[in-house]
Design a protein around this ligand. Structure first.
Ligand SMILES: NC(=O)C1=CN([C@@H]2O[C@H](COP(=O)(O)OP(=O)(O)OC[C@H]3O[C@@H](n4cnc5c(N)ncnc54)[C@H](OP(=O)(O)O)[C@@H]3O)[C@@H](O)[C@H]2O)C=CC1
Ligand SMILES: O=C(O)C1=N[C@H](C(=O)O)C[C@H](O)C1
Length: 257
């Protein structure tokens, strides 16, 4: 028996939110029941019976939105950036509280993904696999100039995965003789340098560069259009209802982790 999932979109007037609304409306098994944006309260009444709320808002609002969604008894799919260990920890703790009062298998889920694009998820996965084999690794992310945060959530997630793989392989700091102009070397994310480009005409792009003596590997992905994120967002909406607790990264849903 097929069931229709009710979906609310937070940040519905934004670039991603509007694209998600169209994608949900175009899916036979999903029903768009609420479009919320800045200034709208997030509660059981405004969520209008949604099973899942999708958040593409702003880093300063997303955590509070997720807590409000959980208090209203709905699952959450989150694409907004700005999450760190502390905010993820608070959501895990909140999930533990609400799910302890629910029957087994019916707990609420939150799925946070820094990138829902298949090319980006694969690029991150391949980069993590390659990391242990190279002396040097750097990340370049390239985005539209209306983006408010840098480096991108995707680049942070990628750099952290590369750093983790290097550490597990026993690799130490990368070679870098820079003495002056350190500010030109990009952000330091867990010891991996991350460079952010903002350019009119771009959407979302990432390169991961690996170097050894006499050779280089470049992994690159390009999202030319925000529709590229939609298969991943819809997959997450369908999956989160049967994944109690916190899931971070679409790679876990795609069985790539
Ligand atoms: N995970 C992924 O695959 C992707 C993630 N992103 C991330 O998604 C986020 C949104 O990106 P994008 O759509 O380009 O940004 P936009 O600025 O276009 O959209 C954000 C929307 O959220 C609204 N908003 C602000 N505060 C709240 C609030 N408290 N509650 C509800 N809505 C609110 C904004 O309204 P107003 O303008 O009036 O403030 C705006 O309409 C960013 O963090 C971005 O990095 C983007 C693409 C893909
Ligand atoms: O702001 C964007 O556009 C994007 N944000 C996410 C990020 O910061 O990684 C995902 C994608 O890169 C597009």
């Amino acid at each position: 028996m097929s069931t229709t999932l009710k979906v609310a979109v937070l940040g519905a007037a934004g670039r991603m939110g509007a694209t998600v609304c169209r994608a949900v409306e175009g899916a036979d098994d999903l029903e768009l029941v609420a479009r919320l944006d800045a200034g709208d309260p997030v509660d059981a009444s405004t969520l209008a019976g949604a099973d899942v709320a999708v958040d593409f808002t702003v880093p300063s609002a997303t955590e509070a939105n997720v807590h409000a969604v959980l208090d209203a008894g709905a699952h959450a799919v989150v694409g907004t950036t700005g999450w760190d260990d502390a905010s993820r920890g608070r959501v895990t703790e909140h999930l533990g509280r609400v799910n302890s009062g629910r029957p087994d298998g019916q707990g609420l889920g939150v799925l946070i993904a820094p990138n829902f694009g298949l090319s980006a998820v694969l690029a991150m996965t391949f980069a993590a696999k390659a990391a242990r084999y190279f002396e040097s690794a750097e990340v370049i992310e390239l985005h539209h100039p209306d983006k408010v945060d840098a480096p991108s959530g995707t680049a942070r997630h990628t750099a952290a995965a590369v750093a983790r793989a290097r550490s597990e392989a026993g690799l130490t700091a990368m070679p870098d003789a820079t003495e002056s102009g350190v500010e030109a070397r990009g952000a330091d994310v867990d010891g991996v340098r991350v460079h952010a480009v903002r350019l009119r005409g771009l959407v979302a792009h990432e390169e991961i560069l690996f170097g050894n003596v006499g050779e280089q590997l470049v992994i690159r992905q390009d999202s030319f259009d925000r529709v590229s994120f939609m298969p991943g967002v819809l997959l997450a909406v369908r999956e989160v209802v049967s994944r109690p607790g916190l899931t971070v990264g679409l790679e876990n849903v795609l069985d790539l982790s």
